[in-house]
Design a protein around this ligand. Sequence first.
Ligand code: SF4
Length: 384
Amino acid sequence: MSDNFDLATHYPWLPSSLIIYYNNLPDDPKDFISEIFSSTISEISERTFEIFKAAFNNLENVPYYKLDKLNVYMYLLIKILLIVLNDKILTNRVANLYSKINYYDLLEENDYNIYHICNEELNLNVQYLPEGEVYGNKFYENNQQKLITNFKIFFIDYLNLVANLRDEYRKLINNPLSNGFVFLKKKTLIRLLQEYVRNKIKEVEIKEIIKKDELLNIKGFKELFEKISAAWKNRKDEIEYYEFDGTEDASFYPPCIQEIRSKAKEGQNLIHTERLLILWFLLALNIPIEEVVKFFSTMPDFDQEKTTYQVNFAKRKGYKVYLCETLKSLDLCRANKDKEKICTEGYYSKTQEKQRKIRSPLQYVHVRQHRNRRESKNKNDTNK
Ligand code: SF4
């Protein structure tokens, strides 16, 4: 069992880390940066740059990552740098990498430490079941296996932690629930803590007090900022080269698809169903394989080889695009949020002489294309 001090050093996002390490530090970020750069300039710069470099390349770990006191200061330095750099794709990449490093470290922690982090540090209502508790059965072939776990979490805390994870299997209804508590495997609980860390890195609670000009007057900070900016620019040029430009018809895509496109543009991680939706949609429109692969190039976990394989596989299988009804149940439909007329009111079918509902994102594109052709024709006729 680690003591509080060890945990606070290993995980700088814990409230106790703030108390132990930051209490004696200046409140003003400028003074804090001056202080850490005056004593540890080369090491903190090198180690912080390694984290950014790994994030540029979508790696899942950083060579020579150390869980020491400097790591604690690096956490705040990284947050300040991300605010000053002000680049959503980069922020998402760093948050993804940092949360993954913490995920793998947390997996090594014993049950007590996980319980302590959840309850004492993060104020979550997590119960530890030392003997394990049966929460269901798994049936396979002629066998039955009891499902046992040592952890359960109060459903409100569960819902808060999964708020940004919209995969179907995370929904409360798809999880074992008893007396207000959701049963979770330790690994799943740690996966939820990973989300907490990801959000912490992206949190801009100190944005208001960050003065970029003042920080760039500090020599070590300026050098590090410029080094990261130059390296990121090179890498970003490559990513932007790969950036999906779709087709000229992209403006005809429905709101559910536009939402996914803008998330991807910002380098946000897409949930599984969003990835499937956009993949099947683009393939159904006969967008070339290499263009579809480019679409995914801004994802924090992009791997060109794997993505090319998966896109080719989906193409061969010829999967059908989700219907609007399904997308509504998956909470991916944006019709009401964006108040999109075709999506909310449907379209008038001349052949059937009645108003019809949109059945799928593909049909939305066809309606928009049809209207566009009709408008162009009318314009040409008037100009004759
Ligand atoms: S109605 Fe259909 S096409 Fe329109 S946003 Fe919803 S799911 Fe997408």
